[in-house]
Design a protein around this ligand. Structure first.
Ligand SMILES: Cc1ncc(COP(=O)(O)O)c(C=O)c1O
Length: 391
């Protein structure tokens, strides 16, 4: 942890340290394990230019959510044909802008979205997003209710797109972010195959399955490896969709999550009744937003890795009572003012969510390649701060 401590001393806290070697490893694992796979990095997870530039040079494509992300990628030389506008809720001006730039791939899950695309992006390729009901129970961050639709409705949307002069190329789904069960990808591909079959009856041959994101990062619980999920995807595509299918994956969390460590500092310790409170200089409004749903990062305190643990409440620095990351975290007993606290595997959905609430700036991002492949770091990483019932 020496190098991380030095970074904290040099740059101050809070700071997110990212390791591009880890991102590159993650990218290679996907393309090596999933047959005929095209990666579309979900830019929303971490849109830092260094990450985009690395993935651009590795040959990745990009899943974009807005005009802002498109403009950023264009400014970095990513060609429009390498982008898919995967947000199902797009402003009509953004669709027009995307089309004018040359983007031709759009996600839909509603008739009106098809009408908007037909109006300002005629002839474009569209894919229909299925909901993944029942699969989100295996995910820490479910996405199903807001996004996607039923198999029957998806079939109607494919036909509707065709009637509106668009080109339906396939089906997408998202099993929920941080999903622990590879079998969910099989179930979703099987359901998608029904849409493919029905489309054929209507004279539409679709050739693309977009398996979304959802691949997990190792936070507190153990996770399936990428190759385990890849195996299921390969088997299911073979069994249910057959040959000549392009498989798209849209990793966000699993591309960058384990490539980052947030370094914070304890600014107060207090006792409230029986509770030990520790406050650090980044919180829910400064990158640690996902802690208030189910994301349970591993947390270690510099130099106190071998100390006995005790229950704490871990909170952020702002004047808002929502700014509490965990009410039940095990931390070293002597954790106190000035201690450096590491939140591991925080490369995804952290700085992207960060605000300047209370006039407190967002954490800086520093790149230090190779740092997270360190053996010492791996050993420390193995610990969990939560009792099993909470995991
Ligand atoms: C359309 C789409 N694709 C991919 C992703 C990335 O998912 P994950 O971070 O679980 O890999 C998201 C995340 O919200 C998404 O909305």
């Amino acid at each position: 942890m020496k190098k991380l401590r030095q970074i904290a001393e040099t740059f101050g806290t809070p700071v997110l340290v990212m390791d591009l070697n880890v991102v590159e490893n993650n990218y290679r694992q996907l393309v090596e394990n999933i047959d005929d796979c095209k990666v579309y990095y979900a830019v929303k997870a971490n849109s830092h230019v260094e990450i985009v530039k690395l993935l651009r040079d590795l040959g990745s494509n990009f899943d974009v959510a807005s005009r802002g992300e498109i403009e950023k990628l264009l400014s970095l030389g990513v060609e429009p044909h390498r982008m898919s506008f995967g947000n199902t809720i797009k402003k009509i001006e953004d669709i027009r802008f995307a089309y004018e730039q040359g983007i031709r791939m759009f996600a839909v899950d509603a008739e009106m979205e098809i009408e908007k695309i037909a109006m300002v992006a005629p002839g474009s390729n569209i894919y229909v997003r299925l909901s993944t009901n029942g699969m989100e129970q295996d995910a820490d961050w479910p996405l199903t209710r807001k996004f996607g639709t039923s198999v029957n409705h998806a079939i109607e949307l494919v036909k509707y797109a065709k009637i509106n002069g668009l080109n339906p190329i396939g089906v997408s789904f998202h099993v929920g972010s941080q999903n622990y069960n590879p079998e969910n990808w099989r179930t979703a591909i099987r359901e998608a195959s029904i849409v493919f079959e029905e489309a054929k009856q209507f004279g539409i041959t679709m050739t693309m399955i977009n398996t979304g994101g959802g691949m997990p990062v190792r936070y507190s619980r153990s996770i399936p490896e990428i190759k385990d999920i890849a195996k299921v995807i390969n088997e299911a595509v073979d069994e249910y969709l057959g040959d000549n299918i392009t498989v798209i994956v849209e990793p966000g969390r699993s591309m960058v999550g384990n490539a980052g460590v947030m370094i914070t500092k304890v600014i107060l310790r207090s006792k409230k009744g029986d509770e030990n409170w520790v406050y650090v200089d980044a919180g829910v409004f400064h990158g640690l937003t996902e802690t208030i749903q189910n994301i349970r990062y591993r947390v270690t305190v510099d130099g106190k890795e071998d100390e006995e643990l005790e229950k704490f409440v871990l909170a952020g620095p702002t004047c808002d009572s929502m700014d509490v990351m965990y009410y039940d975290i095990d931390l070293p007993k002597s954790t106190t003012l000035g201690d450096i606290v590491y939140l591991h595997a925080t490369g995804a959905y952290t700085t992207e969510y960060s605000t300047n609430f209370n006039g407190i700036p967002s954490p800086k991002i520093i790149f230090e390649n190779g740092i997270l492949l360190d053996e010492e770091f791996e050993a420390v990483e193995a610990k969990s701060n939560f009792s099993e019932s909470n995991e």
